[in-house]
Design a protein around this ligand. Structure first.
Ligand code: SF4
Length: 357
């Protein structure tokens, strides 16, 4: 049965797969870049980033040679920046250890920074034809429906079970296509809320469908609600320029730039807490004016409530010079530094408010 299922799925995939840029290559570096970008990010969003990235860093060696800031800039807007930092570090390791050639060896590849079981399986199967499972969210959903897996897919044990099920099905001569077929089925037919079973090429083998449970599966454990955090932001103006600070590393969005911010624990007025926080963090004395904007930004496990205030340097206090972690930029120059999405929203409010370009 399983080889019939495999054949049906492969046939469907070869006829219906979307023509995506990373499907036109067997170059392991290009496939790797696409897989990293596609984690947590939608295909339509990834395509322009992927094309620009390969223009800028066409080979592993080009990526390895680039400064981190340029790499983060090219990633700007994709979020989850640790993916870019890891890819960059991994590229440097590929150059240093393997002469710039991605190793055709799952164990060696999986030791590179940021390469987890999924990425290793995807790159090794698609680029080198190795019969390894590549279980992402789509595959977890499809497989838990096909085999009526009742354990919550959020548990590591469930993922291992699904990997074992995929490993049994995966054909030695079409491993890459098979993994991609499962992902594609999850993306186009076996959708999260509403699986389109009448159009499904493997409906005849699907246990969830046979049991009328396709909408019940997969199961998830209740998610902990995301933690709200209030962040105070100082938009410090001086002569048409604004002070930008590099976020400390390691840490959330580390190495990226921001309008200087401090976490707010309550207890004082936000304006006072901001002035004190900026003095302590950057040694900058400011006067805090009115609220410029309030921005909500969601990460996977936290929620930021950003309060951005218009600020000016306190009279008589020294203007900090540009340095490694501080820069004065005009609104037009903000594009020169990698600015995370939450702070881009602040920049947009600033420009809307009529800040001179
Ligand atoms: Fe998903 Fe329905 Fe196909 Fe089963 S039959 S794999 S639930 S689309």
């Amino acid at each position: 049965m399983s080889s019939d299922l495999t054949d049906a799925l492969l046939q469907w995939y070869r006829r219906h797969r979307r023509d995506l840029p990373w499907r036109r290559t067997r170059d392991p570096y290009r496939i790797w870049v696409s897989e990293v970008m596609l984690q947590q990010t939608r295909v339509e969003t990834v395509i322009p980033y992927y094309l620009r990235w390969l223009e800028r860093f066409p080979t592993v060696a080009d990526l390895a040679a680039a400064p981190e800031e340029e790499v983060l800039k090219a990633w700007e807007g994709l979020g989850y920046y640790s993916r870019a930092r890891n890819l960059h570090r991994a590229a440097r390791e590929v150059v240093a250890r393997y002469g710039g050639a991605i190793p055709d060896d799952p164990a060696a590849f999986a030791r590179l920074p940021g390469v987890g079981g999924y990425t290793a399986g995807a790159v090794m199967s698609i680029a080198f034809g190795r019969p390894l499972p590549a279980v992402d969210g789509n595959v977890l959903r499809v497989m838990s429906r096909l085999f009526a897996v009742d354990e919550p897919i959020t548990r590591p044990g469930t993922r291992r079970r699904v990997e074992a099920l995929v490993a049994e099905l995966i054909p030695a001569d079409a491993a890459g296509d098979f993994n991609q077929a499962l992902m594609e089925l999850g993306a186009l037919v076996c959708l999260p809320g509403a699986p389109d079973c009448p159009r499904c090429p493997v409906a005849a083998w699907c246990r969830a469908r046979a049991e009328g449970r396709e909408r019940e599966l997969p199961r998830r454990e209740a998610k902990a609600p995301s933690r709200p955090e209030t962040i105070l932001v100082g938009v410090i103006a001086d002569g048409g320029r604004y002070l930008l600070a590099r976020r400390p590393r390691p840490g959330l969005l580390g190495g990226l730039w921001e309008f200087p911010s401090v976490p707010f624990a309550g207890g004082a007025r936000p304006e006072e807490a901001l002035a004190q926080g900026l003095r302590e963090r950057l040694g900058v004395a400011v006067e805090v004016g009115g609220l410029l904007t309030r921005v909500e930004h969601l990460f996977s496990h936290r929620r930021w409530d950003l309060l951005a205030f218009c600020c000016s340097l306190a009279p008589g206090s020294p203007r900090p010079e540009d340095r490694e972690d501080l820069r004065w930029l005009s609104p037009r120059e903000l594009g020169a530094v990698p600015l995370p999405a939450a702070f881009q929203k602040v920049a947009a409010a600033l420009i809307e408010r009529g800040a001179a370009l």
